[in-house]
Design a protein around this ligand. Structure first.
Ligand code: C2G
Length: 132
């Protein structure tokens, strides 16, 4: 255990094991984990659809995890550098679907991409449920 603050970002809609795995591994890299949760608006901009769970519910769900210390709403992708500074983060963690995309923050913190959990995503869950 060190005393680093770790920050990560995501929508975390329809919580699944891939989300839990990345949050748990992110938390293990430091002693505090801060999670930026995409606002409903930001999710719409990124994915072209509204999330299944609204931002208030996603914040409540992620806040209730034992390895998460603090959460906030991420309103804009453009503010990522500002959030990293505001929350005094030492390490930015993202899944490797974002590999290379946040390397520009290496001048303000460590940037680490963790392997995604295979074979599961919110989009796939929605597709499966639609077919039932
Ligand atoms: N994830 C994972 N394994 C999966 C699915 C997701 O490790 N099978 C990770 C993603 O790589 C991401 C985090 O879980 O780091 C959250 O995933 P999403 O909710 O899909 O996040 P996304 O909408 O990609 O938002 O600023 C960046 C964005 O806000 C990230």
């Amino acid at each position: 255990m060190n005393n680093k603050r770790v920050i990560t970002f995501g929508t975390f809609d329809v919580l699944h094991i891939g989300h839990i795995n990345i949050l748990e591994r992110a938390a293990s890299l430091g002693n505090q984990l801060v999670v930026g949760i995409s606002s409903d608006n930001l999710n719409f901009q990124k994915k072209g659809r509204n999330p299944i769970y609204c931002e208030e519910d996603r914040v409540k769900i992620i806040s209730s995890l034992k390895f998460v210390d603090e959460v906030f709403i991420e309103e804009s992708l453009e503010l990522k550098g500002q959030y990293i500074k505001d929350f005094n983060a030492d390490i930015l963690v993202m899944g490797d679907d974002w590999k290379g995309k946040f390397d520009n923050f290496k001048n303000i913190c460590e940037v680490t991409y963790l392997e995604r959990t295979p074979s599961i995503s919110t989009t796939e869950i929605i597709e499966i449920v639609k077919k039932i």
